[in-house]
Design a protein around this ligand. Structure first.
Ligand code: HEM
Length: 227
C-alpha cells in the first residue's frame, strides 16, 4: 500500500475515523471466521485438532497473524484517538460525541465494552495461545470450559463483544459513507445479527461446562461407525 496514503489516513481526523471503521469491520469478519472455526469443536477432537494443525502448518498463517495483530493495534489506537479528539473538540456542556445511528446502549457503552473486550482477549491469549499445546487443542479448550470461573469470563466477555458490535458494525458503514435508504436498514439488521452471533462463543463454553458432550457420548450419540 502507498505509504503517503497511509500517512494521510493517520494524520487527518476523517482518515483516522475511516481507519477505525475499516479495521473494525475486518475484526468483525475475523470474529465470524473464528466462531465458525470453533464450531468444529462439535465435530469432535479429530476435526478440531486437524483444522488447527492445518493452520499451524500453513506458511501463510504467521503472516495472517501479524496482519491481524496490526489491525487490532490500528483499531485500538484510532479508537482512543478519535474519542479523545471528539472530547477535546466538543463545546463544554455539549454532548461529547455525535452518535452515528442514534444513541443506544451499544453506542453509549462503546468505551467500556472496548475495555472489557480487550481484557477478555488478553485472558483468552494467556490461556489458549501462549501456553503449552502438547495435550492437543481440543483437550485444552474443552478442559478449560469445564471450569465455572472460565465460563463466567467467556459469558461476560462475549456479552461485551456483542454489545460493542451491535453499534460498531453499523456505525462503521456510516463512517465510510455507505448510506442508502434501501440498504441502511439491511446494514443495521446485519450488524445486530453479527452481534447476536458473538454470544455463540459463550454458548460453546456453556455447552462444555454443562457436560452436554459427555452426556451425549454416554447415551451413545457420538460415534457411529458404519462399515
Ligand atoms: C468459544 C470460544 C473460543 C475458542 C474455543 C477459541 C479458541 C482459540 C484457540 C484454541 C486459539 C489459539 C490458536 C493457536 O494458538 O494457533 C485462539 C486464538 C485466537 N483467538 Fe480465540 N477462541 C474463542 C473465542 C475468541 C474470542 C471471543 C476472541 C476475541 C475477542 C478470540 C480471538 C482470538 C485471537 C485474536 C486469536 C489469535 C489468532 C491467531 O493467532 O491465530 N477468540 N482461539
Amino acid at each position: 500500500m502507498d505509504i503517503t496514503f497511509l500517512k494521510r489516513l493517520a494524520t487527518t481526523s476523517i482518515g483516522r475515523k475511516a481507519l477505525m471503521a475499516v479495521s473494525g469491520l475486518l475484526l468483525g469478519g475475523f470474529m465470524l471466521v473464528h466462531l465458525a472455526e470453533n464450531l468444529l469443536l462439535f465435530k469432535g477432537e479429530a476435526a478440531y485438532n486437524g483444522w488447527v494443525d492445518l493452520l499451524a502448518s500453513n506458511p501463510v498463517t504467521p503472516l495472517l497473524e501479524i496482519g491481524l495483530l496490526l489491525i487490532f493495534i490500528a483499531h485500538i489506537i484510532t479508537g482512543v484517538w478519535v474519542r479523545v479528539e471528539d472530547f477535546l473538540n466538543a463545546p463544554s456542556g455539549y454532548e461529547a460525541r455525535n452518535w452515528q445511528g442514534g444513541r443506544t446502549i451499544g453506542s453509549a457503552t462503546m468505551l467500556y465494552t472496548a475495555a472489557a473486550v480487550l481484557s477478555y482477549l488478553t485472558y483468552h491469549m494467556l490461556t489458549f495461545r501462549f501456553v503449552d499445546h502438547s495435550m492437543g487443542f481440543y483437550q485444552m479448550v474443552t478442559g478449560a470450559f469445564r471450569s465455572r470461573a472460565f465460563v463466567v469470563v467467556y459469558i461476560a466477555g462475549s456479552a461485551a463483544l456483542a454489545l460493542h458490535l451491535s453499534h460498531g458494525m453499523q456505525s462503521a458503514f456510516q463512517t465510510l459513507g455507505l448510506n442508502h435508504p434501501k440498504y441502511t436498514p439491511l446494514i443495521k439488521i446485519g450488524g445486530i445479527l453479527v452481534a447476536v452471533l458473538m454470544t455463540g462463543f459463550a454458548l460453546i463454553s456453556v455447552y462444555y461446562l454443562l457436560g452436554i458432550d459427555l452426556k451425549a457420548a454416554e447415551a451413545g450419540y457420538q460415534v457411529v461407525i458404519i462399515r
